[in-house]
Ligand binder design. Structure first.
Ligand code: ATP
Length: 264
C-alpha cells in the first residue's frame, strides 16, 4: 500500500462536562503518518493527545470526521484496525499472577501470532525490551518501571505493523526512559510505523521524524523538526512549541482549563 499508514481528517471529539458544558477535546484535526515514521503528537496537559489516540485505537468513537489505519476506517472496520495495531496507554493492564514471559506469550497467542513461532517471538521481545533479568518473575513483584516495559512489550507481542503509544515514558526513570526511546527507534528500524504522544520536548526532539503540535484540541503545526525551525526561526523544540502556541501564559491557561475540569 502506498500513502499514509495513519490518516486523520477533520477529526473531532466532544465530551459533555457538567461544569463546562460541551468540551471540544479534539477539534477538527488533520494529520498523516507515513510508513516507517516515528510521528510525535506533542502537547501540554489536556491538549487532546489521549483523546486523539483513543479514537485511532477504536476505544472512543469520533463525534465527527474520519480516521483510518492502513486504509481501514476506525468506525466502519474497527476489527481490522485492532488487528494491525499495538496500543499502549497508562491503562494497559497486566495479569499480576503471570510472569513477564508468560504475559508476552499470552498476548501473542490471544492476538493470533502463529503458535509455532511464539517462543521465538517472546525471546526476541525479552531481549529487545531489556527485560531478561526479570522475565521469569511474577508481574506483581516488579517495580512500576519494569511493569511499564512489560506493558509496552505486551502491546507489540503479536508484531503489528502500526504502534500507538500514549506517553510511553511517563513515570519511567531516566535510564528506563532512554531505554524505551531506544526500543522505539529499533521498532522503527524493524519497519513499524509509530505514533506516540508526549509532552517531553527533548524526547520528541530526539525521536521523531515528524512532529504535530496539538493545543486546545487543534493541530497548530505539523512538520519535521527542521521545517519547524525554519518556520519559527527558533532552534530548540521548547522555544518552537511556545512560539506556535502563542506564549507561556497561553500554555498555563490551557492547562488550568483542562486540569480544572478533570479535578472538579
Ligand atoms: P494529558 O497529558 O493530561 O492526559 P491530553 O493531551 O492527553 O492530556 P486529553 O486527555 O485528551 O488530553 O483531554 C483533552 C480535554 O478533554 C481536556 O480538557 C479534558 O478535560 C477533556 N476530557 C477528556 N476526557 C473527558 C471526558 N471523559 N469527559 C469530559 N472531558 C474530558
Amino acid at each position: 500500500m502506498t500513502g499514509p499508514t495513519i490518516s486523520v481528517r477533520a477529526l473531532s471529539k466532544s465530551f459533555y462536562d457538567e461544569f463546562r458544558g460541551e468540551v471540544r477535546a479534539v477539534d477538527g484535526i488533520d494529520f498523516a503518518c507515513l510508513p516507517g515514521q516515528i510521528f510525535g503528537l506533542l502537547g501540554a496537559n489536556g491538549a487532546g493527545k489521549t483523546t486523539t489516540l483513543r479514537m485511532l485505537a477504536t476505544i472512543l468513537k469520533p463525534t465527527s470526521g474520519e480516521a483510518s489505519l492502513l486504509g481501514h476506517d476506525v468506525v466502519a472496520d474497527p476489527e481490522a484496525v485492532r488487528r494491525n495495531l499495538g496500543f499502549y496507554s497508562a491503562s494497559t493492564a497486566l495479569y499480576p499472577r503471570l510472569t513477564a514471559r508468560e504475559t508476552l506469550e499470552f498476548f501473542a497467542r490471544v492476538n493470533r501470532y502463529p503458535g509455532e513461532r511464539v517462543t521465538e517471538r517472546v525471546d526476541y521481545l525479552v531481549e529487545r525490551f531489556g527485560i531478561a533479568e526479570y522475565a521469569d518473575a511474577r508481574v506483581d513483584k516488579l517495580s512500576s518501571g519494569m511493569k511499564q516495559k512489560v506493558s509496552i512489550a505486551r502491546t507489540v507481542a503479536h508484531d503489528p505493523p502500526v504502534l500507538i503509544f500514549d506517553e510511553p515514558t511517563v513515570g519511567l526513570d531516566v535510564l528506563n526512559a532512554l531505554e524505551m526511546q531506544d526500543v522505539i527507534r529499533h521498532l522503527r528500524d524493524d519497519g513499524k510505523t509509530i505514533l506516540f504522544s508526549t509532552h517531553i520536548m527533548s524526547e520528541a526532539e530526539k525521536l521523531c521524524d515528524h512532529i504535530a503540535i496539538i493545543h486546545r484540541g487543534k493541530i497548530l503545526a505539523s512538520n519535521t523538526l527542521d521545517g519547524m525551525r525554519r518556520d519559527t526561526g527558533k532552534h530548540y523544540l521548547e522555544d518552537i512549541f511556545v512560539a506556535y502556541v502563542g506564549g507561556r501564559k497561553e500554555i498555563e491557561a490551557a492547562e488550568r482549563a483542562a486540569l480544572g475540569a478533570q479535578e472538579r
